[in-house]
Design a protein around this ligand. Structure first.
Ligand SMILES: O=P(O)(O)OC[C@H]1O[C@H](O)[C@H](O)[C@@H](O)[C@@H]1O
Length: 299
């Protein structure tokens, strides 16, 4: 852990059974768990966590953490629902890839006066990931500043043939009431409604939540997520798909590590390369998926 030797604001800590990097900078607080490169806390000094964390989240080896920002990689969602070039490399029925339960290594730490940057990396080979027949290097750079946070996930194809992936930066956001929460920005775009046989639909007006919602929008635009007491601006790069999810009461009751009534207090807006927006990389080529969350004034 030599990257932490000269660190002023950053230290290693343990959350349950897992190692985490904790940043306590005068301007920002953040906690990243090495398992999954999973951000579980971000806040500008004096503010509450910008991310929703389940009160039942477990910090155990091999268990995906419920809340924060899971990194879904090198596939998103149900393998059976992935495009052929992605699915052909997967040898499991498990959703969202193995990166979220793999141990990432700290590659770089930069502490500036106005921001902190952390890079975590994961090497995936058929030998290290038994459920996947690919060879790739993933690195996630997280940048924390008082204005917000940016996550940039770069995939490099280290294999000898083309590599197709799907992925998502699966942000869980808190709200005081999901029924009073609105997402602006995807008006007029098309989405796959996974709850209605993956039917292709058109978004009329802003997005609101009236029950279980699980959609893959075929667009990635600047969005304003308006919850009653907090507005967040989400911008992205390297993406042409956005997942919007709320489990609603029925799915919440069977979801792991999730209180039955917690669906009213959270939503997920996921910057993705999902469904037809899969990315194919030639040997040696890279692709970066970037998401920025920034505070926005209410009014
Ligand atoms: O329970 P998980 O594997 O963490 O998945 C949680 C959710 O992730 C995404 O948002 C999917 O679109 C949902 O269908 C899924 O329920």
């Amino acid at each position: 852990m030599h990257e932490l030797d000269n660190a002023r604001y950053t230290q290693l800590e343990t959350l349950g059974d897992l190692d985490a990097i904790r940043i306590s900078h005068p301007l920002v607080e953040a906690t990243v768990v090495l398992q999954g490169a999973h951000l579980v806390h971000f806040s500008p000094a004096g503010q509450d966590n910008w991310l929703w964390m389940s009160p039942l989240a477990r910090f155990e080896k091999g268990v995906a953490i419920r809340g924060g920002i899971p990194v879904c990689w090198p596939w998103f969602g149900d393998p059976a629902r992935n495009p052929d070039p992605v699915r052909s490399k997967i040898d499991t029925s498990g959703a969202h890839g193995f990166a979220r339960t793999a141990i990432w290594t700290l590659e770089r730490l930069e502490e500036l006066e106005e921001a902190v940057m952390v890079t975590l990396a994961l090497d995936a080979t058929p030998a290290s990931a038994s459920s996947w027949n690919g060879h790739a290097h993933a690195s996630l750079t997280l940048r924390f500043s008082p204005e917000g946070l940016t996550l940039a996930l770069t995939t490099r194809n280290d294999g000898k043939g083309p590599l197709a992936i799907t992925q998502a930066l699966h942000s869980y956001l808190p709200t005081t009431n999901v029924s009073d929460t609105v997402i602006q920005g995807l008006e007029g775009t098309r989405y796959l409604d996974t709850l209605d046989g993956w039917a292709l639909r058109q978004q009329e007006g802003v997005i609101t939540f009236t029950g279980e919602t699980d959609r893959i929008y075929q667009a990635a635009r600047d969005m304003l997520i308006q919850s009653p007491h907090h507005h967040t601006r989400l911008t992205s790069d390297g993406s042409a798909s956005t997942v919007v999810w709320n489990p609603g009461p029925v799915k919440a009751a069977r979801l792991s590590d999730f209180p039955d009534d917690a669906w009213t207090g959270m939503l997920c807006v996921e910057t993705a390369n999902a469904a037809d927006d899969y990315r194919e990389l030639q040997p040696g080529a890279s692709h970066t998926l970037t998401m920025t969350l920034a505070g926005a004034p209410i009014g």
